[in-house]
Ligand binder design. Structure first.
Ligand code: NAP
Length: 255
């Protein structure tokens, strides 16, 4: 397929590389700061364009991958004649593209993506569209780079975005806090990798409820108090510890 990239940030860069690896053709790249578009165009063997007016009039798909807050602003400057316009955001309605292209939708790769990644790798892609034709084009493209392509409308995607924040962003924040505490206590955080990976592996086949462990799960208030005393001078970590502990106590009937 012919693809035009509007935005050369993390997603534009990595999807651009991935589309090219899947033998799609990148027709042109635009980015607000043009040097980024030029760099990516050189890498992908295509052209960088300086203004949105110079966008190719036709392509199979136009990928608008700019920050969530600027999707609507850029969409207002677009008038796609032929081709499907998609954005890549989980928490933004497809409706914002309505005036910019007759055929439009969403192409949301559900993964943390950073420009240094050479390819998208395993990734579920959530797609949505305003009509059957657009959905078919988006589906065909998505299935060339992922074997997990699912349809999710605006309401479902927003809920999925929330679940992604809890399962990925929140757990990573806990790793961050734990890694900082480990470093302060001169404990090697890598020693915890098998523990972390063990839980990740088990929740693929078991409900997370069946994988829960720890003092709050057992209702072991003596150990909980020992942990709390270690955090006496870490008020923000103690608040999180108490919230998490209370939630686990409640779930397992230790009120
Ligand atoms: N990264 C992820 O993990 C991820 C995963 C799934 C979906 N997404 C979605 O993908 C989209 C792009 O995310 P990203 O991570 O690729 O973003 P990013 O790397 O932070 O890059 C932001 C892009 O938006 C452009 N931009 C910001 N404000 C702009 C404005 N006012 N006018 C024009 N362009 C503007 C930037 O242009 P400049 O380079 O000129 O600043 C840059 O191209 C978002 O909708 C995001 O929700 C991201």
């Amino acid at each position: 397929m012919d693809v035009v990239l509007i935005g050369a940030g993390n997603v534009g860069t990595v999807l651009g590389r991935t589309f090219k690896q899947a033998n799609h053709s990148i027709k042109a790249i635009w980015n607000r700061h043009p040097e980024k578009a030029r760099l990516l165009a050189d890498e992908l063997g295509t052209v960088a364009i300086e203004t949105l007016d110079e966008l190719p009039p036709t392509a199979d798909l136009f990928l608008l991958s700019v920050s969530d807050r600027s999707i609507s602003e850029i969409a207002h400057q677009l008038k796609i004649q032929q081709g499907v316009l998609v954005h890549a955001a989980g928490a933004v309605s497809k409706e914002v593209l309505q005036g910019a292209a007759e055929n439009h939708g969403v192409f949301w790769p559900m993964k943390m993506i950073r420009s240094h990644m050479q390819s998208l790798g395993p990734c579920a892609i959530m797609i949505d569209a305003n009509n059957e034709h657009s959905l078919q084009v988006i589906y065909e493209l998505a299935t060339t780079i992922s074997d997990q392509v699912h349809e999710a409308d605006d309401a479902k995607r927003l809920k999925m975005h929330l679940i992604a924040a809890i399962t990925s962003n929140f757990t990573n924040h806990l790793y961050h806090l734990a890694a900082d505490y480990s470093r302060e206590q001169a404990i090697d955080f890598s020693w915890f990798y098998p523990l972390i990976e063990g839980v990740m592996a088990q929740i693929k086949t078991e409900h997370p409820q069946n994988v829960q462990a720890g003092p709050a799960f057992r209702g072991d208030r003596i150990t909980i108090e020992k942990h709390r005393s270690l955090l006496a001078h870490e008020p923000s970590l103690l608040r999180i510890y108490d919230e998490m502990t209370q939630s686990i106590l409640n779930k397992f009937g230790h009120q």
